[in-house]
Write a new protein. Structure first.
Length: 324
């Protein structure tokens, strides 16, 4: 039996491993990012869906889909995504565990979305590592797999060779993050634009809004403040500056950011500056010093330090990898 890949040789192969009953939204997240052609955007991935027993696979939405590719597809996949695992207490069949472990051993990237972390944890590959899942299942994941360091409050965790995401929509965030790691910020942003999605949500952001988002009648809304900040990244922007524009105290603004974005104003602003620097490194020949000034990081030294802290690489190495 062939592995049924149909794309041109050399493209990054992404296999979604499904099992009945399959949650269609989680699978849809993966298919939208890695398997949907976009007009005017060059394809970078070859995508297929596979299962342990090819044939009809039921879904939680009441319909059945037919999956013709089996576990042999995993042997040649570059990235393997488990888009949910239901019921989350179900044992992973030995053949599937063996295929996942063998794929990891040869260097494939393993990814889980939502309850897919329960399947990934059964391989033992998450032992001693941080991971996440849907916040409502985090306690169960920790109890069943005490060697896994469960982070219940983040959108996703990426170790390079293995990555996990929180529930449903966070799977899109993780998939776009992986595209960004593979092909750079510009390509990922263009893909996100086609999907009408925010181009970048940091993995450390909160999974859900812990308090209702209220309507404020004074000053600028947080959304307007975000747009203004992105348009003025070349400026030195302090928390007091932002609070003044919003017409609230710095403490109140920090609370609103935490409620609505799951992060602090300073952390959010730094992420935007580095993201803007990534695009300039990819799309222009500007020297690092000029890029640092344009994104408000003041000096090449500061840009290099921030770049290394957030991305684990240097601006020069990043430009070599993604320029063009």
């Amino acid at each position: 039996m062939t592995d049924q890949w149909t794309g041109p040789a050399g493209r990054h192969r992404v296999a979604a491993l499904v099992t009945p009953p399959q949650a269609p939204f989680e699978l849809g997240c993966v298919a939208e990012v890695f398997g949907t052609p976009r007009e005017g955007l060059p394809g970078r991935y070859d995508f297929l869906v596979c299962t342990g027993h090819p044939g009809e696979v039921t879904t939680t939405a009441g319909y059945t889909m037919r999956v013709s590719a089996g576990l042999e597809a995993l042997a040649t996949a570059d990235t393997i995504v488990i888009p949910g695992w239901l019921p989350f207490t179900a044992e992973v069949p030995p053949a599937v565990l063996a295929a996942l472990r063998a794929s990891a051993a040869r260097g494939a990237r393993l990814v889980s979305i939502c309850t897919g972390a329960f399947a990934l944890a059964q391989t033992g590959l998450l032992d001693g590592r941080t991971a996440t899942t849907h916040w409502a299942r985090a306690g169960e994941l920790r109890a069943r797999f005490p060697r896994v360091q469960v982070e219940p409050g983040v959108l996703y965790v990426d170790h390079g060779d293995i990555a996990t995401s929180a529930g449903a929509g966070a799977g899109i965030d993780l998939c776009l993050h992986l595209v960004r790691s593979d092909h750079g910020a510009s390509y990922a942003s263009e893909l996100a634009r086609h999907m009408v999605m925010p181009p970048h949500r940091e993995g450390g952001q909160a999974q859900f809004v812990p308090a209702p988002v209220t309507t404020h009648t004074t000053g600028e809304s947080v959304a307007a403040l975000l747009h203004w900040s992105i348009a003025h990244l070349d400026r030195s922007i302090t928390l007091s500056d932002l609070a003044g524009r919003a017409g609230v105290s710095p403490r109140t603004l920090a609370r609103r950011f935490e409620e609505q974005l799951g992060t602090s104003p300073g952390r959010w602003l730094l992420t935007q500056r580095v993201t803007a620097a990534r695009r300039l490194l990819e799309e222009t020949d500007l020297p690092v010093e000029a890029i640092a000034a344009r994104v408000g990081l003041t000096s090449a030294t500061n840009l290099r330090r921030r770049f290394h802290t957030l991305l684990g690489t240097t601006p020069a190495a990043y430009r070599r990898a993604f320029r063009g």
